[in-house]
Design a protein around this ligand. Structure first.
Ligand SMILES: Cc1ncc(COP(=O)(O)O)c(C=O)c1O
Length: 385
């Protein structure tokens, strides 16, 4: 297996856990609601393609990305899936989107006219979902009379098919009252459009926490992101919802040295040994996954023991106090995941950096090779930069 490695530090992805999570999501929302799997930023950096083979196998046909580039990469592997771009796509990219049957979101009549003209020239019909700003203040039509008129206008365009309408919750878990208001604002606006005789096949607003807590917000489609990967991004533990974290980060010990009491470790001589110290070096650093702000805050697992990271985390390496721990060069160290009876979770680390789990995983560097395991077997290795 190690033959595939380009370096002695890597990510392991548990596809059985991913499969479990997709099944849980589908069970939660039931058969009458479509699941649109949010795989933007390469599935939050965990690998959109290898993960989506599994979700497609489990009956997921809709995928959401943030950019046309992501959509085109996805399209090559998944010719039959529906792909929605959640972010803004400028008119100069419309032709490519139409050519590749990518669904765009729209929230301007000018853009709609532009898209219609380009689709007409190509003898095609462009598929869109209308974006509505129900309280996120980010993108989307604001529900009012002017927007209503514009949306009706968009429906008249011959080379555009308005398949769906969607909005996004700003604080689904932390502010249930505001969330309810957003939902009401959104659905009342849809009712107004529908009262004019225009209907949508798919209406959607639910993100991960909505999927966990609110069956009443499911509508025709839900858009879970982070829970697919086993993280809740909240105080609530994933196991409360039978979700399983899919990611581990590991490295092999690259060096071991004795550093005398009073000597220092690393840049800026940041750590001063208060005893003779066994310093273990790991070939993984802030460019890979662990921002410098975590220096001297995190622990790693060496032969089942929790050991403190010491000194400033370097770009590609970090040092660990392994005093009293039996280990040798090449031993496998767990930075995220389980070893014997110990476990380090991303949520433990996020406490120190003020980050959230989603942000942590989306900053994993592609230069960390990824190994995908299913039923205990290595089934896929990511390509490395
Ligand atoms: C428009 C939209 N829908 C769905 C999601 C998925 O969110 P989550 O990962 O919280 O489920 C995101 C993520 O940022 C988003 O921007």
């Amino acid at each position: 297996m190690k033959d595939f490695l380009t370096r002695p530090a890597w990510i392991e992805i548990n596809l059985d856990n991913f499969e479990n999570n997709i099944k849980e999501i589908k069970n939660l929302v039931g058969d009458s609601t479509e699941v649109m799997s949010v795989v933007k930023s390469d599935a939050y950096r965990l690998g959109a393609l290898p993960l989506s083979y599994i979700s497609t196998e489990l009956g997921v046909n809709f995928y959401a990305v943030a950019t046309l580039g992501e959509a085109l990469t996805f399209r090559k592997e998944f010719p039959n899936s529906d792909i929605l771009i959640l972010g803004y796509t400028p008119p100069y990219l419309y032709e490519d989107a139409i050519k590749n049957n990518i669904t765009l979101n729209l929230y301007s009549l000018d853009d709609a006219n532009n898209l219609d003209a380009i689709a007409k020239r190509m003898l095609k019909v462009a598929k869109i979902h209308i974006a509505v700003d129900s309280g996120m203040s980010r993108i989307g039509f604001i529900p009012n009379k002017d927007s209503l008129d514009k949306i009706i206008n968009i429906f008249q365009l011959k080379n555009i098919y308005v398949e769906g309408i969607f909005s996004h919750f700003a604080a689904c878990e932390s502010d249930p009252e505001f969330t309810k208001r957003q939902f009401t604002y959104f659905t009342n606006f849809i009712k107004e459009i529908e009262s004019k005789g225009y209907n949508f096949k798919y209406r959607h607003i639910a993100n991960s926490s909505s999927v966990l807590y609110h069956r009443e917000y499911d509508l025709d489609m839900v858009r879970p992101g982070i829970i697919q990967y086993g993280y809740t991004d909240s105080e609530k533990l994933p196991e409360e919802f039978n979700l399983k974290e899919i990611l581990s980060i590991k490295a092999e010990i690259s060096s071991i040295r004795k550093v005398k009491c009073g000597e220092t470790v690393g840049y800026e001589r940041f750590y001063k040994c208060t005893k003779d110290t066994k310093v273990v070096t790991l070939p993984i650093g802030y460019a890979d996954a662990f921002p410098r702000i975590l220096s001297e805050k995190i622990e790693v697992l060496i032969n089942g023991k929790r050991c403190k990271q010491i000194g400033l985390i370097c770009m590609d390496q970090m040092m660990i106090d392994a005093t009293g721990v039996d280990c040798k060069i090449g031993d496998e160290v767990v930075l995220i995941g389980k070893q014997d009876n110990e476990e380090i979770r991303i949520r433990d680390i996020c406490k120190f950096s003020g980050d959230c789990e989603t942000s942590f995983i989306t900053h994993l560097n592609r230069r960390l090779p990824k190994y995908y395991y299913r039923h205990g077997e290595l089934v896929h290795v990511s390509k490395m930069d």
